[in-house]
Design a protein around this ligand. Structure first.
Ligand code: KG4
Ligand code: ZN
Length: 312
């Protein structure tokens, strides 16, 4: 196992650029990538205290994601690989999230049931090891993070909605509003969050701004209850003793607390992505690339990006 020291991790946040629109605008995203990628590369190399020639391999996300943004990262990494005569690795965005809870652990990737909760995905995956994944379930409509973002928008809170709802829920009563826990007893590992979003919409005309705190707390608890119950059920089905949680929504402290409690009483161990590695970042992609490289993997420079790339 190689050293897993994180020499530098830089993120050029686009939150401010998309905030006025209340969501990600693809055109703004790709322009932002183009403007900031070279500067970000330079800064990362400087902070790491190395030269580009010392890098063993170059990796980029090849999907799923916005085509025009993926293309910029992949072109840059391919150019560097070609220029320095080093391997190129195309990494699945979801694999980056899925492996991130192991970032700081000394051992390898232990078998686990992985909950990936982001703005674009809600997935339960049975993980046997690196590159050995079986999808157990997914959302049939909105992703968990998407539900946070849409409900925040309805409540007039900012973007991205997850952290806004979490802040808005502080001190609120999570039992005040009786909101649906969709597909809780569906007997499979799938999720649905659009009914919950609609339930909040129907409540809005009946409540005042004084109720926002309780509404945020009740919504957050409804999402968390379903995520926790279904993850524990999936771990039982897959006969795994370890649960991992990653993706932007795994920043959420209520999710972390309830998942820890639930797993503890179910006799399961739980490991979360470190808070700095929950939302999209290049360090998790580099980590996945390192594990792939150790297996002898590399990607031909002719490989294309795939906005709809599947994990398994
Ligand atoms: O993984 P990520 O950065 O991007 C995607 O791959 O989609 O996840 C972004 C999502 C957004 O929907 C955002 O609202 C949500 O993660 N998020 C949170 C929190 N922080 C970010 N959701 C709930 N609570 C949070 N604290
Ligand atoms: Zn992501």
């Amino acid at each position: 196992m190689r050293d897993r020291e994180l020499l530098a991790s830089e993120v050029a946040s686009q939150v401010a650029a998309h905030q006025p629109y209340g969501g990600v605008v693809p055109e703004v995203a790709s322009r932002h990538h183009l403007q900031h990628a070279p500067r970000l590369l330079k800064r990362t190399i400087e902070r790491a205290g190395i030269s580009l020639g010392e890098v063993d391999a170059f990796a980029a996300t090849s999907g799923p994601g916005l085509a025009s943004s993926l293309m910029i990262g992949a072109s840059l990494a391919k150019g560097l690989a070609l220029g320095f005569g080093k391997p190129y690795l195309a990494i699945n965005h979801l694999e980056g999230h899925l492996l991130s809870p192991f970032f700081s652990s000394a051992g390898g990737i232990e078998p686990n049931v992985s909950l990936i909760v982001s703005g674009g995905h809600t997935l339960l995956v049975d993980v046997h090891g690196v590159a050995d994944y079986r999808i157990m379930g997914r959302t049939v409509d909105d992703a968990a993070g998407e539900a946070f973002d849409k409900v925040a928008k309805m409540l007039g809170l900012g973007y991205p909605g997850g952290p806004e709802i979490e802040r808005g829920a502080a001190g609120g009563d999570p039992a005040r509003f009786d909101l649906p826990r969709s597909m809780l007893h569906s007997g499979d590992a799938n999720f649905s969050f659009s009914g919950l979003k609609t339930a909040v919409r129907y409540l809005l005309p009946k409540v005042s701004s004084a109720d926002t705190r309780d509404l945020c707390a009740s919504f957050q608890r409804a999402v968390v209850d379903v995520l926790v119950a279904k993850t524990i059920a999936a771990a039982r089905v897959a006969r795994r003793r370890l649960v991992t949680v990653s993706g932007g929504v795994s920043c959420n402290k209520e999710l972390r607390a309830q998942m820890a409690l639930g797993c503890d009483s179910a006799g399961l161990e739980v490991r979360f992505a470190e808070s700095g590695l929950c939302t999209d970042n290049a360090a998790m992609i580099a980590f996945a690339a390192m594990l792939r490289l150790e297996r002898g993997d590399s990607t031909p420079l002719t490989a294309e990006i795939d906005p709809n790339l599947a994990l398994a």
